[in-house]
Design a binder for this molecule. Structure first.
Ligand code: CDP
Ligand code: CDP
Length: 213
């Protein structure tokens, strides 16, 4: 089994930024699972499907023309063979992604795809349920967080409007695979840490665990 590094945490805590850099350092593939939930949400909206209409979402799900691939050492999502990019961070996607991500059938479809990546190679995967559900047996689990003020400021600095508090509330309270720190995950509060400090801290911890295996 290839190593799987699980990085979970709330919105705008810096998960993607640090996961990508850690993957580069280790030479592993970086997998952004949020992009997969965002892609399903974008597609439903494009089809005029109301994300709150679970029956309509489930009816469309089997024929969603999305595929999950790689561009170099990073995961990408394609729709009818074309990579999705800016579509995934649109405001309407932010507003509805937590509703789509709460549907158990959507989650099981995507979790299977996420596990497929690790069958081929070592991965650094970031999301909400990677340490709790996707790879519950991995010894490499990190819960990356920061205060709500710091997270809101980080999003604002990117010039993006994002409903982070609302998404976190929905993500933490859903019945299936809620956002939660795995019992055996290492908590990393990045409120007062630079990106470099976070990357060094987690990479050192991974390397210690790898050399002790
Ligand atoms: O990067 P950001 O924190 O804005 O969010 P993201 O990682 O792109 O995830 C977008 C949304 O997808 C989250 O708010 C969750 O509703 C959902 N998600 C999830 O349920 N499980 C995951 N493993 C990853 C994302
Ligand atoms: O993936 P997630 O939503 O958790 O966060 P992100 O999109 O990786 O990071 C949000 C913003 O915070 C980015 O602009 C990062 O450069 C910044 N950041 C930071 O300022 N300090 C950190 N320790 C981590 C991220």
């Amino acid at each position: 089994m290839h190593p799987a590094i699980a990085i979970d945490g709330p919105a705008a805590s810096g998960k993607s930024t640090v996961a990508k850099l850690i993957a580069d350092r280790l030479g592993y593939t970086f997998i952004n699972t949020g992009a997969m939930y965002r892609a399903v949400t974008w597609y439903m909206l494009e089809q005029g499907i109301d994300p709150a209409d679970t029956d309509a979402v489930l009816a469309a799900l089997p024929s969603v023309p999305l595929s999950f691939g790689k561009d170099g050492s990073r995961s990408i999502v394609l729709c009818n063979g074309s990579p999705l990019t800016e579509e995934l961070t649109r405001q309407e996607v932010n507003d509805h992604v937590s509703t789509i991500a709460a549907i158990p059938e959507v989650r099981s479809l995507l979790v299977n795809r996420q596990r497929d990546y690790n069958r081929q190679e070592p991965v650094v995967m970031e999301g909400r349920d990677i340490g709790t559900v996707v790879f519950p047996d991995t010894p490499f689990k990190y819960f990356v967080t920061a205060s709500e003020e710091v997270r809101a400021a980080r999003r604002a600095a990117e010039g993006l409007t994002d409903s982070i508090a609302e998404r976190d509330r929905k993500d933490s309270s859903r019945a299936t695979a809620p956002l939660a720190q795995a019992q055996d995950a290492l908590l990393v509060d990045t409120s007062d840490m630079s990106i470099d400090q976070v990357v060094n801290f987690i990479t050192d911890n991974i390397q210690q665990k790898l050399s002790a295996r």
